[in-house]
Write a new protein. Structure first.
Lengths: 278, 794
């Protein structure tokens, strides 16, 4: 299918973006375009204006300061995966990036686009949840910090307002000795995950002192499995943790898998991912 | 063969290209992006078409409000079924050799009823495709949903609506067969095994979608139709018939085609609508199916439920088979090949590699409100092979015999040919025993079994699956012609020698990306005796190539290749006749090698072909008056002594099942294949590999999922899982060579072998891995959830 006629603007600064957003209520921001353009071609949405933010300087840097890693929203998946800083300080993200779709998509797609789209079966939203990230949303009124726990609102829905631009993702440096684990089940490499788990925690000896289990593909947006992590923090067995997952997750069926199968997959992943964190 | 060349075969010719993996002459052009696919063709006044497609599986079309669409920017015309019925007559896809096959008239656009979700019901032509789609959104269609017949199991229930009331019921075709004494065979068996096999409905996802550009030139009252298609002459004939045009008024040109797999050999209503509209508008109109509409308008394939039963003796002898096949074909039999062929093949092929003589079969073909089903790569084969090979593994387990041993004991012996299978199909020469032996040694079967046993102790569950297969290739007129379809089973090749010694070959078989042009060039270069680079091959043009069938059912190399070979030999004789006069030598003492006239005995050069060309074309005055150089020759070929040249082979799969998740990891795949003479080993091997990958798609990934209302649920590339490279195993391919004596080249088809055997090999391997759990799967595609369910884990 071919997209309907749509306006296009490529501003050079954020204030220009804000002005365009305020003037055009159904405008859409164009970052990597890996979901947006396909959606336009499939006529799933019909905005009047695309605001291309690729010409805005300074949105694609990864920096560390004051115990925080700041990732510019325009950072492409490929650059995220290749960043030595990310590899050293946020290995969870480095582990997740190779699972994001295919090379051609990683080459263009951005972390900001992925988070703003909030596809429930994608990797980076779950990583940000596991890592307790904070989103920076900018508008003509200034910057607003949104904790990840309130950022994801529903299926393809976030706390971002129409006049806001997601400009950066800030992630606190994990405590020393932190461990991360990532795995997802896909029929073919690069597919949307059937079920995935991004985990970040701290273990002292054989006991967990901190553990975030961030599941994706099991709800409208990534979900923290609080009861399962509580069970593990309380030194209960893996089987106990797997059993209580049913109270954390209520996946819905997909074309191939029933809800029960997806819960089974989530349990298997829990065992495997936690075992891999050493 | 080829005894006239002092007992040497073509393989012994000094500059033979046959049997060599020469590069495809068109590969570089295509890789450089210099191909010409239909969408690359831009003509003056070109208009673009888009279709409104039915959102309902079955609906009465009460009417349309087209005012807004007609007034939309760029719109040239809006057309309904009634508009097109004035210029294009409907068709009914039946053939007389499928007795009782019935179907209903199908129009370019339906007159008053939509019969599947995705059926085109209205067309908009505009200056751009985007404008046409904008206008489609403005059409108000007054559709009245009707009860739909979706589930093929219920198609014949009295409570299910009859899709075409004038046909009486939803049964399109039924065939039964009862050979030998099946009841006694089953009574006397040591074990009788039974299984119900589901072969999912899937489709062929071509890289280039269906595409047609119809250009009606009112000045000369002629069509030029650029078409992404396998059989240009068939299309020409059908356009003539349904638009009431003489043959001379229709030229069909198929330039580069980006894959077809059988998808592009059928008559599609939206393509006929495009042709009809081009005639009405008197200007070129282009239709390129997009991926979304391809899923709901390209033919689907398979969709079979087969209840199978097999009887085996205690010593492992197969005593008989009984099958009951049910297949859903959508609301119409597809024109002109019909949708009865696949079920018919299942009946013909099941049990075909084996010696048993007792066979009972029933196949029923039913209508349903889903996308029409028709021939796709390896028609019927993967179903028959799955049923046969799945039952053999169950029987082997029942009598506690190694599955490879059961096959060894029962395959038709290599020295027993010619032979006839229980179903009546005739084999000229097959090599089951050699192939099985080669396979077991190639995969090191015994070591693999040991490794499997060792790993099982560690909780690693690997499986080995074997599948013997036969494949129908080189079809004669028995396939379609005898039933009344105007589909050519013969093909011709015309060669022209040019003054510099180059040869132009035009041929009726077509290039779909599989390498036809390469193989034809190799054969021509070898037969004439010129360098490969001096041969140019022209395919896919009804005005400039000899009349032929195109590409389907594995015939391009076997039939087209033989026509090229005979034509090349004839041209060489003509060349030598003229050379003999010029050189004052007996033609029989000369030969053409590597573009030069040489002494046959010692290969000494006597004259370059370019010199012969110079004399013959520019100085004919120097030649004797009675010498008439004939440097254009045409030869035709059609197989006559057998209805089909059956090939055979065997495949094996080695895989690991993750028993926690049900995920399958393919570790290795092997195929031994016998397509007779191998013209180009690399092209044959890659055909086999590509076919195996499509077979793996059917086994594990691909399925058109429908809900109970007849809506396809996964009609996107994100949701319909085509097999991709990351998940594919290494595939080892080797050959046994049993040439057919029906032709001098001895080549048979190889394009469908991979697809025929791969699903059964993979599914058998899964069941082998699951055997410690007493779990078994028999519904394709086998998903992780299916495996977990079979194991009782979810």
């Amino acid at each position: 299918m071919k997209a309907s006629e749509v306006g296009y603007a490529k501003p050079a600064s954020l204030p220009e973006v804000f002005a365009l957003l305020e003037k055009n209520e159904d405008a859409r921001l164009l970052a990597g375009g890996q979901s947006l353009i396909a959606g336009l071609n499939m006529r799933l949405s019909n905005p009047t204006l695309l605001i291309d933010i690729n010409g805005i300087a300074g949105l694609n840097t990864i920096t560390e300061s004051g115990g925080t890693i700041r990732i510019g929203a325009l950072t492409r998946h490929l650059d995220l995966g290749a960043s030595p800083l990310i590899a050293a300080k946020l290995p969870l993200i480095a582990k997740a990036v190779p699972h994001i779709a295919h090379m051609a998509i990683r080459n263009r797609g951005t972390i900001g686009g992925s988070l703003a789209l909030s596809d429930p079966a994608t990797e980076l939203p779950a990583c940000c949840l596991a890592l307790n990230a904070t989103m920076t949303a900018a508008s003509s009124k200034g910057e607003r910090k949104i904790p990840v726990k309130t950022f994801f609102k529903g299926l393809f829905e976030t706390d971002l307002k129409q006049n806001e631009v997601l400009t950066a993702i800030e992630i606190p440096l994990p405590a020393a000795g932190s461990l991360s684990g990532f795995s997802e089940l896909v029929r073919r490499h690069g597919d949307y995950a059937i079920v995935g788990l991004a985990a970040q925690g701290v273990r002292k000896g054989s006991s967990w002192s901190q553990l975030n289990l961030s599941y994706f593909g099991v709800g409208d947006h990534p979900v923290l499995a609080a009861n399962a992590s509580e069970a593990l923090l309380a030194d209960k067995s893996m089987a106990d943790a797997q059993a209580v997952l049913a109270s954390d997750l209520s996946p819905s069926e997909d074309a191939e898998n029933s809800a029960a199968t997806k819960l089974h997959f989530a349990r298997v992943l829990l065992g495997r991912v936690v075992a891999s964190m050493s | 063969m080829n005894a006239r060349d002092s007992g040497l075969t073509f393989l012994d010719r000094p500059n033979s290209y046959i049997g060599r993996s020469v590069p495809r002459p068109n590969a570089r052009r295509l890789v450089m992006g210099r191909g010409t696919y239909v969408d690359d063709i831009r003509l003056p006044r070109l208009a673009h078409i888009a279709f409104l497609r039915s959102p309902h599986a079955h609906a009465k079309i009460r009417g349309f409000n087209l005012d807004a669409a007609k007034a939309a920017p760029g719109v040239i015309g809006v057309f309904t079924g009634a508009d097109l019925a004035k210029v294009c007559t409907p068709w009914v896809a039946v053939l007389s050799h499928f007795k009782g096959l019935k179907s209903a008239p199908q129009y370019a656009l339906p007159l008053d009823r939509a019969c599947w979700t995705g059926e085109a019901i209205c067309a908009v032509v505009a200056e751009t495709r985007a404008q046409a789609e904008d206008a489609i959104a403005l059409i108000e269609a007054d559709l009245d949903p009707l009860p739909a017949a979706v589930d093929m199991e219920a198609a014949l229930d009295p409570s299910t609506p009859v899709i075409h009331p004038e046909l009486g019921d939803n049964l399109a075709f039924e065939r039964t067969l009862d050979v030998g004494d099946v009841d006694t065979a089953f009574r006397n068996a040591a074990a009788v095994v039974e299984q119900t096999f589901q072969i999912g409905r899937h489709t062929g996802v071509t890289l280039e979608p269906r595409a047609i550009l119809a250009d009606w030139n009112d000045g000369e009252e002629k069509f030029t139709i650029y078409h992404s298609f396998q059989a240009p002459h068939m299309m020409q004939d059908i356009v003539c018939k349904h638009l009431d045009l003489p043959e001379a008024s229709v030229r069909v040109v198929c330039k580069d085609v980006g894959g077809s797999f059988g998808i592009k050999v059928h008559i599609y209503p939206d393509e006929m609508a495009t042709v009809a509209i081009a005639k009405i508008l008197k200007r070129p109109v282009k239709f390129i199916a997009d991926r979304m509409e391809s899923f709901v308008s390209d033919i689907h394939a398979r969709d079979h439920r087969v209840k199978g039963k097999m009887a085996i003796a205690a010593d492992g002898e197969i005593l008989g088979f009984e099958i009951d096949d049910l297949t859903g074909i959508g609301p119409y039999s597809v024109y002109p090949r019909t949708s009865a062929v696949e079920a018919n093949q299942v009946v013909n092929l099941t049990g075909g590699p084996y010696r048993h003589k007792n066979y009972r079969a029933r196949a029923r073909v039913v209508f349903q409100n889903k996308v029409p089903m028709c021939q796709y790569r390896a028609v019927g084969h993967p179903i028959a092979v799955m049923v046969t090979e799945g039952l053999i593994d169950l029987a082997a387990a029942a009598i506690k015999m190694d599955p490879a041993k059961v096959r060894e004991k029962n395959v038709i012996a290599d020295d027993a040919h010619p032979s006839v299978a229980a179903s009546g199909i005739k084999f000229e020469k097959l090599s089951h025993q050699q192939s099985l032996k080669k396979l077991l040694s190639m995969m090191d079967y015994d070591s693999l079994r040991k490794e499997q046993a060792e790993l099982r102790k560690k909780g690693i569950h690997r499986g080995i699956g074997i599948a013997t297969f036969i494949e129908i290739t080189n079809p004669s007129a028995a396939f379609y012609g005898v039933g009344g379809a105007r589909i050519s089973s013969q093909d011709g090749c015309t060669l022209r020698l040019n003054p510099q010694g180059g040869v132009i070959a035009s041929i009726g078989v077509t290039e779909q990306g599989q390498g036809t042009e390469a193989v034809i060039a190799q054969v021509v270069a070898t037969a004439v005796g010129v360098p490969l680079s001096d041969v140019r091959v022209i395919t896919g043009d009804t005005d400039t190539t000899p009349y032929g069938g195109g590409t389907w059912a594995c015939r391009a190399a076997g039939i087209g290749g033989e026509a090229a070979w005979q034509s090349g030999k004839a041209l060489r004789e003509n060349i030598l006749e003229v050379a003999g006069v010029i050189l004052q030598a007996a033609p029989g003492t000369l030969d053409v090698r590597d573009g030069k006239i040489v002494d046959k005995a010692n290969g000494n050069e006597r004259m370059p072909l370019a010199e012969l060309g110079r004399v013959a074309y520019f100085r004919p005055d120097t030649l004797p008056a009675d010498l008439k150089p004939e440097f254009v020759v045409t030869r035709h070929y059609v197989p006559k002594d057998y209805p089909f040249a059956f090939t055979n082979g065997i495949q094996a799969s080695y895989l690991e099942v993750d028993t926690d998740t049900g995920f399958v990891k393919l570790l290795k795949h092997w195929c031994v294949e016998d397509c007779g003479t191998v013209l180009n080993p690399q092209l044959v091997d890659e055909q086999v590999r590509g076919g195996i990958v499509q077979g793996i798609g059917a086994a594990l990934f691909e399925v058109c999922r429908y809900d109970e209302n007849g809506q396809m649920l996964n009609a996107t590339m994100a949701d319909y899982l085509v097999p991709m490279a990351s998940e594919m195993p290494d595939i080892d391919v080797t050959h046994v060579v049993s040439p057919t004596a029906s032709s001098e080249l001895g080549a048979k088809g190889a394009g469908e072998a991979g697809t025929a055997g791969a699903p059964a090999a993979v599914v058998n391997a899964i069941n082998d891995a699951l055997s410690p759990f007493k779990a078994n799967v028999a519904a394709q595609p086998v998903t992780p959830q299916d495996i977990l369910k079979a194991m009782g884990k979810v």
